[in-house]
Write a new protein. Sequence first.
Length: 173
Amino acid sequence: MIDCRHVMWGALIAAAVAGCGRPAAAPAPAPSQARPATAASERTLVLAVLTVQSSYKDNVEKPAGQVPDTVQWWITPDTTWRIKTYAIDHDIHIHSLDKVPASAVDFAVANTKEHYGDVLRKIHVVKFSDGNSKTVAAALAQAGLADQLETSPQGFAFWNPDRGAYTSQSRPE
């Protein structure tokens, strides 16, 4: 379940790529070229599983227990979303990015490594050719992940690390 009351719709801002207690990133560079043509239904999930669990609103970070924090990027032909889950209180920050370089996947991986490299357990890049549940389950299984992808009416999806009820409880400064 996703509560998107605080979905931010603007351009990429420093808070969109900064983590709990992590340095802010510079804004995304303007695209030097148009994105390459992709299949209309192609979607990519860049999922970074972290070694910590935290609470943004309480400014707490500790080693991950059963449920880690995640940094995720949901990339479609039209939009790129950045999703950060906070395991302690099931907080979620969701940002729609206006401008992303031609290679959104490379940008997402590099940005995540830059800002979360010290607490990064693993990055998965999972491509989906369509939204068919069997296709999604197979792609996640191939990446060694449970079939826990949630979709929203706003157009993004995220991997729910524990099938918990994530809601926006705080706003990045």
